[in-house]
Write a protein that binds this ligand. Structure first.
Ligand SMILES: Nc1ncnc2c1ncn2[C@@H]1O[C@H](COP(=O)(O)OP(=O)(O)OP(=O)(O)O)[C@@H](O)[C@H]1O
Ligand SMILES: [Mg+2]
Length: 410
C-alpha cells in the first residue's frame, strides 16, 4: 500500500489525473454548449484554452476528448505541435485519421477520394509551395474540404461530433502556416450544408465539428493581433487561472470520507485515507496550481506507509518537493518580459491594500500612472496572472506566494 504502483497522483504533464479538481465551467461548456449546439447544426465557435505553464490546459482538453470519445464521438489524439514544426502536416494526418473513423477512406465516391488524396499531399509537404503549384490550390482548402466531408459523414452517422485538439499552439511561429491552419479550421467550423428536414424542407446547418486549441498565452498575440477579427470571431478564448481551493478540497474529499481504493496486494482492495487537516494542508501548499497539487499529493503518498495520510506526512513530502515547486514558479516568471516581471515584483512587495495602479506606477519609477496600463493589462487579460480591480490582486496565487513570502518553505 502507498507505493509507486498505487499512487493516484500524477504530477507529470499530459496525463488525465485520477484525482481531478474543478474546471467544471469548461467541462460543462463542452457538455452543455459546444457538443449539443454543434450536434444540432447550430453555429458555435471553436475554443482556445490558454494559460501559464502547468495550469492544466492539456489535461482539461484531454479530459473533454476522453468524455467525447466515450460518448462515441470521433476524436483526434492530442496533436502537440513541436517548436518550428509544420502544423499543417500534423493536422492533415489527424484529419485523415478522422476520415478513416468516418469510414471515408473506403468510399468509392470520386469527390471523397480526391479530397483524401489532396490531404495526403498536404500531410507530405505541409505548407510548402510545391503543392500549390500542382493544382493551384492552397493547402488549407484541401483540409477544409476533407473536414467538411468528415462533418457530413458525422451527420449521417447521427449523434457524433468530430473533435480536433491541437496543443502547444504557441509553437506555430510560421505566420503563413498559422494563417492556413486557422483558416482551414475556421472555414470548416462556419461551413454550412443543406439538409432535408421533415416536411421535405431544405435548411442550412453547421457541421458537427468541434475544435480545441490549447497553449501558452503568447498564442493570443500571434493569432489575436495579426490574424485579427476573423480569428476572434471564430474562436472563443478562455484563459485558465488557478483552481479554487474549494474545488481542490472537494477533490480530496474522497480520501477523507471513504478513502481511496487501492489493490491490497492479495487480490483484494484496501483504502488509503487522509486526515482532514492533511487534505487542508495540501490545498494550502499548492496555491491553486494543479501541477503543485499533484506534486504535493504524490509526495505525501510516498511519505509513509500507514493507511491514513497525515498532515505531518504532507509536510514531510512537501519538503522534498520544495525545489520543484520553486522551479515551477521561476519558470513562469522567467518567461515574462522584464517589465511584466518587474510589475509583479513591485506589486508583491506592497501591502495587499496598497496595490493600486498609482502606487505601482510610483514604485516602478513611472512619471504617469497610465504608463503601467499596457503591462498591467497584459498580465491581466492575456496571462491571467493578476486582476486589475481596486486594488490589484493576484490570480496566480503561487506567483504571489513566491514573491511575497517564504513559500514554498514550510
Ligand atoms: N483539473 C485538474 N485537477 C487536478 N490536477 C490537474 C488538473 N488539471 C491538470 N492537472 C495536473 O496538473 C499538471 C499540469 O497539467 P497540464 O500538463 O495539463 O498543464 P498545461 O497547462 O498543459 O501545462 P504546459 O503549459 O506545461 O503544457 C499535471 O500533472 C496534471 O495532472
Ligand atoms: Mg500542456
Amino acid at each position: 500500500m502507498r507505493d509507486a504502483l498505487d499512487n493516484p497522483f500524477s504530477p507529470g504533464s499530459d496525463t488525465i489525473p485520477d484525482v481531478w479538481a474543478g474546471r467544471t465551467e469548461q467541462l460543462s461548456d463542452w457538455r452543455d454548449v459546444v457538443r449539443p449546439r454543434r450536434l444540432a447544426g447550430l453555429p458555435e465557435r471553436g475554443r482556445t484554452v490558454l494559460g501559464e505553464p502547468g495550469l492544466g490546459k492539456s489535461a482539461l482538453v484531454r479530459r473533454i476528448a476522453q468524455q467525447a470519445s466515450r460518448a462515441g464521438d470521433w476524436v483526434t489524439p492530442q496533436l502537440r505541435i513541436p517548436a518550428g514544426a509544420d502544423p499543417l502536416k500534423l493536422v492533415a494526418e489527424a484529419v485523415l485519421a478522422l476520415a478513416a473513423d468516418a469510414g471515408l477512406s473506403t468510399s468509392r465516391e470520386k469527390r471523397i477520394g480526391d479530397a483524401i488524396a489532396r490531404v495526403q499531399a498536404v500531410a507530405l509537404s505541409g505548407v510548402s509551395l510545391t503543392l500549390r503549384g500542382a493544382d493551384g490550390r492552397e493547402p488549407y482548402a484541401a483540409l477544409t474540404e476533407l473536414l467538411v466531408e468528415v462533418g457530413v459523414a458525422a451527420i449521417a452517422e447521427g449523434d457524433v461530433v468530430a473533435v480536433i485538439h491541437i496543443d502547444e499552439v504557441q509553437n506555430i511561429t510560421d505566420e503563413k502556416a498559422l494563417s492556413q491552419l486557422l483558416i482551414a479550421l475556421g472555414d470548416a467550423l462556419t461551413h454550412e450544408v443543406e439538409v432535408t428536414v421533415p416536411g421535405d424542407a431544405r435548411v442550412a446547418r453547421s457541421l458537427p465539428i468541434a475544435v480545441y486549441l490549447t497553449g501558452l498565452p503568447d498564442f493570443e498575440d500571434m493569432a489575436g493581433a495579426r490574424k485579427g477579427a476573423t480569428f476572434a470571431r471564430r474562436f472563443k478564448t478562455t484563459t485558465l487561472s488557478a483552481i479554487d481551493d474549494d474545488d481542490l478540497a472537494e477533490a480530496l474529499q474522497e480520501f477523507v470520507l471513504e478513502g481511496w481504493e487501492v489493490p491490497d496486494g492479495a487480490g483484494g482492495t484496501a483504502r488509503v485515507r487522509m486526515d482532514r487537516d492533511a487534505a487542508a494542508l495540501i490545498v494550502d501548499l499548492c496555491r491553486g496550481e494543479p501541477f503543485l497539487f499533484q506534486l504535493a499529493g504524490e509526495q505525501a503518498w510516498y511519505a509513509g506507509g500507514t493507511p491514513t495520510i497525515t498532515a505531518a506526512q504532507v509536510r514531510q513530502g512537501w519538503r522534498g518537493a520544495q525545489r520543484e515547486a520553486t522551479a515551477h514558479v521561476e519558470r513562469i516568471l522567467e518567461r515574462l518580459p522584464a517589465r511584466e516581471r518587474q510589475l509583479l515584483q513591485v506589486m508583491a512587495e506592497l501591502p495587499a491594500a496598497e496595490r493600486t495602479a498609482t502606487r505601482i506606477a510610483e514604485a516602478m519609477g513611472f512619471a504617469k500612472v497610465t504608463e503601467v496600463g499596457p503591462t498591467a493589462q497584459r498580465l491581466d487579460t492575456v496571462r491571467g496572472i493578476i486582476d486589475r480591480g481596486k486594488p490589484y490582486t493576484f490570480r496566480h496565487r503561487a506567483v504571489e506566494a513566491y514573491l511575497s513570502s517564504d513559500w514554498p518553505r514550510v
